[in-house]
Design a protein around this ligand. Structure first.
Ligand code: SAM
Length: 260
C-alpha cells in the first residue's frame, strides 16, 4: 500500500496489484521510446529519476545494473529568482522530496536499482563511471542550462542517450522546422522546446540523433487533483483528440566526436 502522506510523481504498478497514486501516468510511455535493440546486461543511468519509473523500467527490460540520480537537496533545483526563497520549503510541504518515494517503490518491487544523490550538472565519469544507456525524462525543461546538462550526460554516456521530453504543442506545429523553445510556460519551467529544438540541443551537446519516436501524450495519474486540467492541445497534436496531457517526444542518440 503506497504511502498517502507524500505526493507521488509516478504511477507505478506494484506486485500487490495496486499502483502508486502518481501526479502523472507514464505507464504507456515506454511503448513510444526508440529503445536500443537490447538492454540485457547493460549499465544504465536514469537522470532525474523522481519515484524511479524509468529506472525500474530499464531494470525490467534486463539491465544488469541501473543507477538512478536525483537531487536530495531542493535548494539545488534551478529555481527562478521569484521562487528561490520559498521553493525548497514548498517541496517539503507538498511531501514531494526526492528519494523517499523511490525507496518505497524500490522496496515494493524488490528492485536493485542504486539511487545516488546527484545533480545532473555534477555527473562525473571519474566518480560515477560510464553507462551504456543514459536516459533522461522531463528534466531539460526544468533546467536553466539544458545544454550543459546534456554535455555532462555526454561525459558519462558510452553508447546510447535516450531523451523523453515534453515539447511545446504550438511550436511543434507552427514552427515545425525551426529549432526553438518557449521561455517559462509554467512557473517551474525554463524552456519548452519543439522537436526540432530538442534535436538541436542534443546535437549541440555532442550527440548524433539516431531515431526519433512519435508524438504522444503523458496524461495525469490518479494522484492529480480533479480540477487540475492538462492542455487538450497536446492530444490534438499527437493525433489523439480529446486526450489531455503533456505532449512528449522520445529520441535515441549516440555520443559523437567533435566536428571540424
Ligand atoms: C518532471 S520530473 C521527471 C521525472 C522522471 N524523470 C520522468 O521523466 O518521469 C523532473 C525530475 O528531475 C529532477 N531534477 C531537477 N533538477 C535536477 C538536477 N539539477 N539534477 C538532477 N535531477 C534534477 C527533479 O527533482 C525531478 O525528480
Amino acid at each position: 500500500m503506497p504511502s498517502a502522506r507524500r505526493t507521488w510523481y509516478h504511477t507505478i504498478d506494484l506486485p500487490d496489484g495496486g499502483a502508486t497514486p502518481g501526479w502523472f501516468d507514464t505507464r504507456q510511455a515506454p511503448a513510444h521510446v526508440p529503445w536500443p535493440a537490447d538492454l540485457a546486461g547493460s549499465r544504465c543511468l536514469d537522470v532525474g529519476t523522481f519515484d524511479g519509473f524509468w529506472a525500474f523500467e530499464m531494470e525490467r527490460r534486463g539491465a544488469a545494473h541501473v543507477v538512478a540520480v536525483d537531487l536530495d537537496d531542493p535548494t539545488k533545483i534551478d529555481w527562478a529568482y521569484d521562487h528561490r526563497a520559498r521553493g525548497p520549503a514548498a517541496v517539503e510541504e507538498w511531501g514531494s522530496g526526492r528519494g523517499p518515494g523511490f525507496a518505497e517503490a524500490a522496496a515494493a518491487l524488490g528492485s536493485h536499482v542504486e539511487w545516488r544523490p546527484r545533480s545532473v550538472y555534477e555527473l562525473d565519469p571519474g566518480r560515477d563511471g560510464t553507462f551504456d544507456v543514459v536516459l533522461c525524462g522531463a528534466l531539460l525543461l526544468h533546467l536553466r542550462d539544458p545544454v550543459l546538462a546534456l554535455e555532462r550526460m555526454r561525459e558519462v554516456c558510452s553508447r546510447h542517450l535516450i531523451l523523453v521530453e515534453a515539447v511545446d504543442p504550438l511550436l511543434d506545429v507552427v514552427a515545425r522546422k525551426v529549432p526553438c523553445a518557449r521561455l517559462r510556460p509554467e512557473s517551474d519551467e525554463w524552456w519548452r522546446v519543439n522537436t526540432a529544438g530538442l534535436l538541436t540541443m542534443a546535437d549541440t551537446a555532442g550527440f548524433e540523433v539516431v531515431e526519433v519516436g512519435p508524438r504522444f501524450v503523458v496524461p495525469h495519474g490518479p494522484g492529480a487533483p480533479a480540477d487540475h486540467k492538462l492542455s487538450a492541445l497536446g492530444g490534438l497534436v499527437a493525433g489523439r483528440p480529446g486526450q489531455r496531457g503533456l505532449l512528449t517526444r522520445a529520441l535515441r542518440a549516440r555520443p559523437r566526436p567533435p566536428r571540424g
